[in-house]
Design a protein around this ligand. Structure first.
Ligand SMILES: C[S@@+](CC[C@H](N)C(=O)[O-])C[C@H]1O[C@@H](n2cnc3c(N)ncnc32)[C@H](O)[C@@H]1O
Length: 200
């Protein structure tokens, strides 16, 4: 299970085009969330960690969001994104381990979660929660989708439940929304929670 902590594990998946998680489009609940944001949100600092092919980042960019940062430790999807979006600021494409991001250097208004939590080793979930909270400004928001389902495998995606997430996140976050998503991508309907929480 430790191999999922290594960039090479994921880079290989991209090189072999073995990317079953990739929807090839913006996740519909996240698109709906982005679409209802006001103009005033367009200069907010946004992070998309474990972004992969980063359809959400591309969509935010197309909609005129000017301060979006993508992080992934596999170079292949970042290179692909840079080719698809040559006008996206290169300094906002960060090829690094999310867990190495320094809160002294980076502070965000909100962070978008999309099949990143389920990709990390479950032993690192508390570390994930603490790092997310540290990278957010006070009251900054973690928005996204978490599987409400167990996959029962020793490889990603690693599942979970609403009860587990409530317990894990409540120390660092006020949970505003954690409910079954009603507009998920077809293959994920009934299996993912839409979450919106604020860093304490
Ligand atoms: C399951 S994929 C999801 C990609 C994308 N969010 C999507 O929904 O298509 C997980 C992604 O997280 C990246 N990743 C996993 N652990 C990471 C870490 N510690 N730091 C940065 N990226 C990581 C992988 O390289 C991979 O691109």
């Amino acid at each position: 299970m430790d191999n999922v902590n290594q960039a090479g594990f994921w880079q290989q998946r991209y090189e072999k085009d073995s990317i079953g998680w990739d929807m090839g489009q913006v996740s519909p609940p996240l698109k709906a969330y982005i679409d209802q944001l006001p103009e005033a949100a367009k200069d907010q600092a946004i992070l998309v960690p474990g972004a992969g092919n980063a359809y959400e980042v591309g969509y935010l960019h197309e909609k005129g969001f000017t301060n979006v940062t993508l992080v992934d430790f596999a170079p292949a999807p970042i290179e692909g994104f840079a080719e698809r979006y040559p006008d996206f600021p290169a300094e906002h494409l960060i090829c690094a381990d999310f867990f190495d991001l320094s809160p002294e250097e980076y502070q965000f208004d909100w962070i978008l979660e999309q099949t990143f939590f389920c990709a990390i080793n479950p032993a690192r979930r508390d570390e994930y929660v603490e790092k997310m909270a540290a990278l957010l400004k006070p009251q900054g928001k973690l928005i996204g989708l978490l599987f409400d389902k167990e996959f029962g495998r020793e490889e990603p995606p690693f599942g979970g439940s609403k009860e587990e997430y409530q317990q894990r996140f409540e120390g660092c976050f006020d949970i505003d929304i954690m409910e079954m998503s009603h507009n998920s991508y077809s293959a994920r309907q009934g299996s993912e929670l839409f979450v919106k929480m604020r860093a304490k």
